[in-house]
Design a protein around this ligand. Structure first.
Ligand SMILES: Nc1ncnc2c1ncn2[C@@H]1O[C@H](COP(=O)(O)OP(=O)(O)OP(=O)(O)O)[C@@H](O)[C@H]1O
Length: 451
């Protein structure tokens, strides 16, 4: 390598030395394809905080600048913190070798990138309190890949929508610009491809696929990389290369990086470098909203009370909610029976959690706790407004959740049965018209585990 003119400040090594070290670092990462371009640029000088490199023409300069500037500048500033930039000068010299690989033509991928499911889009994703941050961050990445939140690390429990969001990023980017090379796979698939490439001596192809022919890397379930030392090493260099080229990286996992067993520290710290966002379990309201949106997509008319019924009973994750809805929809189209709470209870009995037997005493205890009263106060003859409301709630729930008759319930509250009948009617009305009453009743029903 020829240093044509080198005027580094005294504290800096010469342009030639700096360039040789930079190329060496790139070589160690296995980026041989990049080197075939970079090695044709002589180091000219160090000017201010830039290393000036010679290029044969403007086309060459633009190609290198587009593809390798970010990576070069990362390496440079790592080797010489005072040097953060590269600059170019067109110099007369031997024409680039005939062996120089042609600038790859950018292919338009008319087919959706492999493994991406067209169903997983932002349009079909319900955003709510439990997933607001990851959803907003994923949208930001999809709009400006590589510039916003890089890497984005989405974590959370099973069936909560991590894969959906990850694929929505890929689908959005590809739909907007099919020249973008989106690579989506799980960390297990990454491991398998790596192992196969090593076995079949195809590492150059492997590296080209993940480092050079990839604009957006989406890896699902990154936690499985934890126990794969060799694959982790390869992934680290893949990550470094893409990151330095400002390529977008989005990862999902069921735990935070610090908790992934066997994950190297350098990877953990890189995962935490961008934005980490968790998806939590959906709240009651979110479960209802998801059910309603999914029913709409399925063309199923889902009455509100049935959506609330399912949301009360299926609490763990969205996958189970979806399973319940699919089953309900299938049975409805087979039997043509109206979709009511009773129909849902019957169709879903094997997937709903076993019902606890609820009796009037249990309801009185739960309602008293909910309104911070004593059970005795519920049974007293006082007409204080808050007390009367709590008592009516307890009577309504007793009628709804137990098989007790009006007189039986009345006797447990030391009242007559017409008081219970009017309390039940009043609550039925309020449940329809007053959202706060509706919320309280649903919460109490969930706590009581009743139908
Ligand atoms: N907020 C949401 N809006 C709409 N659908 C959702 C939402 N969250 C999850 N889903 C749906 O729930 C199902 C499970 O989601 P997904 O496969 O993305 O979960 P996951 O978190 O990746 O789970 P795992 O860790 O088990 O792979 C999918 O069909 C997905 O479409």
């Amino acid at each position: 390598m020829n240093a044509l003119a080198t005027q580094a400040p005294p504290s800096l090594p010469s342009a030639g030395v700096i360039w040789t070290r930079t190329l060496e670092a790139i070589r160690q990462e296995g980026l041989h394809y990049a080197l075939t371009w970079l090695e044709r640029m002589p180091p000219l000088e160090v000017r201010e905080n830039a290393l000036v490199l010679g290029v044969p023409d403007r086309f060459f300069r633009d190609w290198v600048d587009d593809h390798y500037r970010a990576m070069l500048e990362t390496h440079l500033s790592r080797l010489e913190p005072s040097l953060g930039r590269v600059a170019y000068e067109v110099v007369a010299g031997p024409p680039p070798s005939a062996n120089l690989p042609p600038a790859p033509t950018v292919k338009v991928n008319s087919a959706r990138p492999s493994r991406l499911n067209a169903r997983f889009t932002f349009d079909t994703y319900v955003v709510a309190d439990s997933n607001q941050l990851p959803a907003a961050a994923a949208q930001a990445v999809a709009h400006r890949p590589g510039h916003n939140y890089n890497p984005l690390y989405i974590y959370g429990g099973t069936g909560l929508g991590k894969t959906h969001l990850l694929q929505a990023v890929g689908n959005h980017i590809w739909e907007k610009d099919p020249t973008q090379r989106v690579v989506y796979l799980s960390s297990e698939q990454f491991t398998n491809e790596y192992v196969e490439s090593v076995r079949e001596h195809r590492m150059t192809d492997f590296r080209r696929k993940f480092r050079e022919e990839c604009d957006v890397l989406l890896i699902d379930d990154i936690q499985f990389l934890g126990k794969r030392e060799e694959t982790q090493k390869e992934f680290f260099y893949t990550f470094e290369t893409l990151f330095s080229l400002n390529k977008a990286i989005v990862l999902t996992s069921d735990m935070v990086p610090a908790e992934v067993p066997g994950m190297e520290d350098r990877l953990r710290s890189r995962f935490a470098m961008g934005l980490m966002a968790d998806i939590r379990e959906p709240s009651y309201e979110t479960r209802v909203a998801i059910l309603q949106k999914k029913a709409e997509q399925e063309g199923l008319n889902l009455p509100d009370p049935v959506a609330h019924f399912i949301a009360r009973h299926v609490q763990k994750n969205v996958r189970e909610l979806e399973g319940a809805l699919v089953k309900l929809s299938a049975m409805h189209s087979l039997t043509r029976q109206p979709v009511t709470e009773e129909f849902a209870a019957q169709v879903l009995r094997d997937i709903l959690p076993a019902q606890r037997a609820v009796d009037v005493e249990a309801i009185q205890r739960e309602v008293a706790r909910f309104y911070k009263l004593t059970v005795e106060a519920l049974k007293e003859d006082r007409r204080h407004k808050a007390l009367a409301h709590a008592r009516q709630v307890a009577m309504y729930l007793s009628r709804k959740l137990t098989k007790s008759s009006f007189p039986e319930i009345a006797s447990r509250f030391n009242k007559d049965h017409s008081t219970v009948i009017s309390a039940v009617r009043k609550m039925e009305g309020l449940r329809e018209t007053d959202p706060s009453v509706h919320r309280d009743l649903s919460e109490l029903e969930t706590k009581l585990g009743g139908m």
